[in-house]
Design a protein around this ligand. Structure first.
Ligand code: 13P
Length: 348
């Protein structure tokens, strides 16, 4: 297996506390975001938006890699040079979302399962030939009083593991993304309980498929109360609970945990990541949960945000080309804020 290549990919992606910018929204998701902001839904606008992101001056200071959607891989800048060429020139690695989205889970109409394994080996070889060095697969579960079911957790964990095995076979670092969604009224403890269950299942399946966890990236949710929960815990409680959950479930051999943002605001996502990276204050805390925390965590705690980086800028853009400078300033500010959060020096 191409272990050395994958190890180098991970080193490069996260060197100097850089992180990953996720811009791999499928066309329906990207279109929906445009509709909400009154931006005309056209292929040209999707292209223009992605050009704005990728041409942000000095993006590579804080971003080691971008996750693309298939359409973007083949798109070009307005003057004709390809996006892939631009990324190469700026020393930004690219990866690709290879799942095909979620479908309703058989016999469980309220739940969903990620599809895309059919034909995946051939698609991976195509992307590797185009220069991709990593891949992403997202499996999302929702919380209600009776969900998720074991069926949903197990089916999605199995697909994640089979995706990861196929990616590693092709020398592509898999970003394994099991997401517990923040929609709902559940509290922090319930999110922790479901996330623990999901992550345990994911690592059990990864182990069964003999995935090399040293050359994968885990992209989980932070442990958060549901958006409609009346108790919204403070930043330190969220950071500490998230770390405690990861220590219970994620093997020390995993090199990087790169969180998704899941619908958090840009500021909150950075502040919570920052709190997780503030080792010393965590250790000094009196919370029972923290007494046994190690001084040094086994993995890097990084970011692979989409909405928490893109949303403030997308609102400024509104489809208007003249807003370019303000938009790119906003993107640059957010990616640097997240790099500072990795260093534990972010201030709101
Ligand atoms: P969010 O950061 O918006 O949750 O997105 C993560 C992701 O992987 C998008 O494709």
């Amino acid at each position: 297996m191409l272990i050395k290549k994958m190890t180098n990919t991970i080193k490069t992606l996260f060197a100097e506390e850089r992180g990953i910018l996720a811009m791999d929204e499928s066309n329906p998701t990207c279109n929906q975001r445009f509709i909400e902001l009154g931006i005309p839904v056209t292929e040209e606008n999707r292209r223009a938006w992605r050009e704005l992101i990728l041409t942000t001056p000095d993006l590579h200071h804080a971003i080691g890699g971008v996750i693309l959607f298939d359409e973007t891989v083949y798109q070009q800048q307005h003057h004709g040079a390809s996006f892939l060429q631009l990324l190469r020139e700026n020393n930004i690695l690219f990866g690709i979302k290879v799942d095909k989205g979620m479908q309703s889970l058989a016999l469980h109409p309220l739940e969903q399962m990620t599809s895309g394994l059919d034909g995946l080996r051939a698609r991976l070889n195509t992307y590797a030939g185009l220069g991709a060095v990593f891949t992403k697969w997202r499996a999302a579960v929702s919380i209600t009083a009776s969900l998720p079911t074991l069926a949903c957790i197990e089916a999605n964990a199995d697909a994640l593991a089979r995706f990861a095995a196929l990616s590693q076979e092709a020398g592509l670092v898999p970003i394994v993304e099991p997401e517990v969604m923040m929609t709902g009224t559940h509290n922090l403890d319930r999110c922790r309980e479901v996330t623990t269950q999901f992550l345990r299942a994911v690592f059990r399946h990864l182990n069964q498929q003999e995935v090399v966890v040293e050359t994968m990236i885990l992209k989980p949710n932070m442990i958060l109360p549901g958006v409609d929960c009346p108790i919204q815990d403070d930043i330190d409680i969220i950071a500490n609970t998230t770390i405690a959950c990861m220590l219970e479930t994620v093997p020390a051999a995993v090199p990087v945990i790169a969180f998704l943002s899941g619908g958090q605001s840009g500021d909150l996502a950075s502040a919570r990541l920052n709190a997780m990276n503030l080792r010393d204050s965590r250790i000094a805390s009196t919370s029972d949960d923290l007494k046994n925390l190690k001084q040094t965590l086994p993995w890097q705690l990084a970011f692979s945000f989409s909405r928490a980086i893109q949303f403030p800028a997308l609102q400024l853009w509104g489809g208007v080309h003249e807003h370019k400078k303000a938009v790119q300033d906003a993107i640059y500010r957010r990616v640097c804020d997240n790099q500072r959060a990795r260093r534990g020096v972010y201030q709101q």
